[in-house]
Design a protein. Sequence first.
Length: 368
Amino acid sequence: MNREALIQSSIAIITMNQHPSGGYIASPLFPTYAYSWLRDGTFIANAMDRAGKHDSSALFYRWVHRVLKDKRPAVEALVHKHEQRIWIDRSEFLGTRYHLDGREDSSEWGHFQLDGYGAWLWGLVEHIRLTGNRALLSELRESVEISVEYLMTFWHYPNFDCWEEFPDYVHPATLGCVYGGLKALGELEDRKELLEKAAQIKAFIYEHAIADGHFVKSIHCIDEIWRPALRGVDASLLWLCLPFGVCDADDPVMRGTVQAIEADLRPGGTGVQRYAEDRYYGGGEWILLTAWYGLYQAQLGNRAEAERCLAWIVSKADALGRLPEQSEDALREPSAYPEWVEKLGEPALPLLWSHAMFLVLSDKLSEG
């Protein structure tokens, strides 16, 4: 399958797997992913915006609004507990994924995850920037302000990372999402308090989340001192540069981070893995992370490397034009692969987030 055919296939796959109410299912054939995540969905919506499918993305943002608009009492109760220093169990926080019809997910899978709430604010602002539809912000105002209050209060709380893991730590990639959402909305509406909070988050990242010349995967607080907890890199740290703009592509710390990703997480020289200790389906090379690495290289002006990433992604599509979550070509822990197959079945195929990031990288490279 060539690039243009995969672009059309990706748009079609995303379109046919968007619920009439607006939620994007993460993967239609993988029961474990039969939800819509705020984070995944936002990146999918942004890809559809970049493909000119603005009705699809607007429908998703309205879906988020319907999910969140009645959660003001829950957020106020959480803020009260925070202010009174009352213990809050993880199960009390807002969900990170929802059924396609907007219902809460009542499974025991970890819920407390802040990245999606920051990402959707960023994505909504991007949608408005691309379409000029400022009226949509007024329409979704209640859910926007609920998200703002939630993030302004709890941005520094330990929570699950973007892979639904490591809930006892704070993750710079998650902080990047929160920063990106607050800063985007703050700039759009000239809201000083949001811009000040975003600046505080950026300063926090630079003060506490750097070791050995690169951003670290996770940090934690011991004896009131923040320290690196997982000192290696996670490929999601690329988000600090793109799309959330915590740092520039040529920032020395970001360059150090990318060098560590290249050394530790690119066994075949193209595909990008998540992090060194990854055992999920053996820890393969992820389509969406390879696209992000390509976006970073394109931002630096390294078009040939970005094109190589895109070609690698195209090569991973099956005969039906479906992209998987990850490639099995280079696994960190091959023995773990059959364990996960026995537990959950074959890996997710198609993964809408993979298709979304392929579309974003394709669009970036089409800019010339």
